[in-house]
Ligand binder design. Structure first.
Ligand SMILES: Nc1ncnc2c1ncn2[C@@H]1O[C@H](COP(=O)(O)OP(=O)(O)OP(=O)(O)O)[C@@H](O)[C@H]1O
Length: 616
């Protein structure tokens, strides 16, 4: 593999000073109503948790004291706010969001002034009308954030009821109607998103409680259950909210089942499948379609039950199916054999196949459901996502889509579909030679070209480029890619632990961790190996998987130009566009599949990318 300096020497690049790093931390003060300012970091610095542009650093002890002086002593009501009632009109009030949370929202997320129409409909339907909801809205428009507000609102209400009940205990020994245990479950597709939502909740809860005392810790409203987490016997209080992924929660509950009969002297685990099933009242599933893969398509019909059972989805049901069947199939308010729990299902690519499956599974209360579709279900998802008019509400002009092929022999880059100017791999070899590089999940020449593209982009407008996100294909190794890039002189960060201390502007993320991520200032996305979608159903494969590919592509494109992003107007003013660059090896099956997707009648066109090292 050539080093980046040697690429420079070959004249591919203009300057040696090509990859300036983001200034280590970009500190931007956000004004609190109280006059206390909290530093906000624009780029995550540790633990992969801080994905939000407005991540607040914890208040220093001095600031905590100030805060107490300003807002007064804590009352014995755990929900009494130390913050004054905001005077301004409150668009979130009518949705049923309690006052402490509205105040915390204003303090921690001052850029969120009004709910979007989808957020309004969703929050009202869940909190005020008690409905089950299917929500489809465009990517980055605040679905996950709205679920966070719903969970905290409900938790606050439960706590307030519980604290009232504690003050006036009922005379009869009958069970209190206020649930003493976890009643809200928020399911997300992967651990990175669980941490992201956990950090949002932490900020809001912290702002509501005003301090992180030992007692506050004990009474946390939420708990994250992450892969590898273990529950100590009888440890910890039970929070109102659990945030987890189906895989992690299922493993956690299965492990706790084995401790149901603890050894002498040990207490039973607090959170078990049975206890959770008894106390659950609201389950919210974000990115539902990602969790229900590979669900057979709309037109798939099975000739026999045996054939149906052989389909990968039914043969190895995904974790969410096993989890919900377990939680909803237990005792409780039984109705038709299933417990009646309020549910919410969200995704930018939610479709009628998912809705139908949820219905048939008995996970939704048929008479109580509302469908909110602000993404125009009938229109093509990719077109909707890339159409300038549909993204105009957050100041984004549009995303430019490029697809480049890498010659596995020479490493030259070419726009997809353009005629070869020199002999390519297939012109020379009839069958693939025994090339070890071809067996790598990410071809070394693709990595060189990624380094080249990133460096040229940084060189063109070093100050304004924002962060580039590299999506690592299934089976590819993020640490290995990071090491290969480093050997070419390109530093990068990863979201799952290892980060360059200088916070470079190149972030690597595994494809399975992309859904729902809200990372500030992403201006370019590099998609390595195209859209090789794993777990495609047979019918989807037969159809070239175009629909499935477009759905995934929609989510990759959706990491840019998100609601609340501060760079939208700035980019628009400079005539800059977000860029999604797909890189595929020439003459690979993936090249043909991506070509089919770009050639699709309503989808999108790959534009021609001009630049150093790209041949026409
Ligand atoms: N009403 C609002 N006004 C302004 N910004 C908002 C609003 N609601 C949420 N946001 C911000 O929008 C960003 C995207 O939110 P979120 O991740 O919830 O979107 P999403 O629709 O779930 O995205 P995806 O479809 O990718 O999962 C977040 O940074 C959040 O702070």
């Amino acid at each position: 593999m050539s080093s980046l300096p040697s690429l420079v020497a070959r004249g591919c690049l203009r300057s040696r000073n090509l990859y300036p790093r983001l200034s280590a931390v970009h500190v931007r003060p956000s004004q609190h109503r109280s006059g206390i300012s909290t530093a906000t970091l624009s780029v995550p610095r540790d633990g992969g948790l801080l994905l939000n542009p407005n991540v607040a650093t914890p208040l220093s002890p001095a600031l905590k004291i100030n805060q107490e002086e300003i807002f007064g002593a804590v009352t014995d009501d755990p929900f009494a706010m130390r913050l004054p009632e905001p005077a301004a009109p409150e668009p979130f009030k009518d949705l049923g969001i309690p006052r402490p949370l509205r105040t915390a929202l204003q303090q921690e997320f001052p850029h969120i002034l009004n709910p979007t129409s989808a957020q309004k409909e969703l929050v009202e339907s869940v909190l005020k009308d008690g409905k089950d909801v299917f929500l489809k809205d465009k990517t980055g428009q605040g679905k996950t954030f709205a679920l966070t507000l719903i969970a905290l609102s409900r938790a606050l209400k439960i706590r307030s009821k519980r604290s009232k009940a504690a003050k006036n205990p009922p005379r009869s020994a009958s069970r209190s109607s206020v649930s003493p245990a976890t009643s809200i479950l928020l399911l997300l597709p992967h651990a990175t998103l669980v941490r992201q939502v956990g950090s949002w909740m932490e900020r809001l809860e912290f702002a509501m409680s005003g301090s992180q005392s030992a007692e506050g810790e004990k009474e946390r409203m939420f708990r994250m259950v992450l892969p590898g987490d273990e529950q100590g016997p009888g440890s910890g209080a039970t929070p109102e909210i659990i945030i987890s992924s189906p895989d992690a929660l299922l493993t956690y509950l299965q492990a706790s089942a084995s401790r149901q009969h603890p050894a002498d002297g040990q207490r039973a685990p607090v959170l078990t499948s049975a206890s959770l099933s008894r106390s659950l009242r609201l389950v919210m599933i974000d990115e539902a379609d990602a969790m229900l893969r590979p669900l057979p398509g709309r037109f798939k019909s099975f000739t026999s039950e045996r054939e149906r059972q052989r389909h990968p989805f039914f043969r190895h049901p995904p974790s969410i199916v096993r989890l919900l069947d377990d939680l909803f199939g237990r005792d409780g308010d039984m109705n038709g054999g299933k417990k009646q729990v309020q549910t919410v299902w969200c995704s930018a690519t939610l479709n009628s196949v998912i809705r139908g499956f949820v219905h048939r599974s008995g996970w939704i209360r048929r008479d109580e459901q509302v469908i909110i579709d602000t993404a125009q279900e009938s229109s093509d998802t990719v077109a909707a996502n890339t159409d300038t008019s549909t993204t105009a509400n957050n100041g984004i002009k549009e995303t430019a889509h490029y697809c480049l092929t890498v010659d596995p022999l020479t490493g030259t880059l070419r726009n997809i579909g353009s005629a070869p100017t020199q002999p390519s791999y297939s012109d020379i070899f009839e069958t693939a030679p025994d090339d070890p590089a071809a067996k790598e999940k990410i071809h070394p020449l693709m990595i060189e070209n990624l380094a080249l593209l990133h460096a040229s982009r940084s060189a063109t407008a070093p100050e304004n480029n924002g962060v580039s996100l590299v999506i690592v294909p299934e089976g590819g190794s993020v640490p290995k890619l990071q090491a290969s890039l480093q050997s070419l002189g390109v530093s990068s960060s990863t979201l799952d632990g290892t980060q360059d201390p200088d916070v470079p502007n190149l972030l690597l993320v595994a494809r399975s961790h992309v859904r729902g991520l809200d990372i500030p200032n992403i201006s370019a996305v590099y998609l390595l190996n195209g859209l090789n979608v794993t777990s495609l159903s047979k019918s989807a494969r037969a159809a070239g998987g175009v629909e499935e590919r477009k759905r995934e592509y929609t989510h990759f494109a959706g990491r840019m130009g998100r609601l609340g992003a501060q760079d939208g107007e700035e980019r628009e003013g400079k005539g800059e566009r977000y860029a999604l660059v797909s890189l595929v090896m020439r003459d690979s099956a993936e090249e043909k599949a991506v070509q089919a997707m770009f050639a699709d009648k309503v989808a999108l066109k790959a534009e021609v990318l001009k630049g150093e090292g790209i041949s026409d």
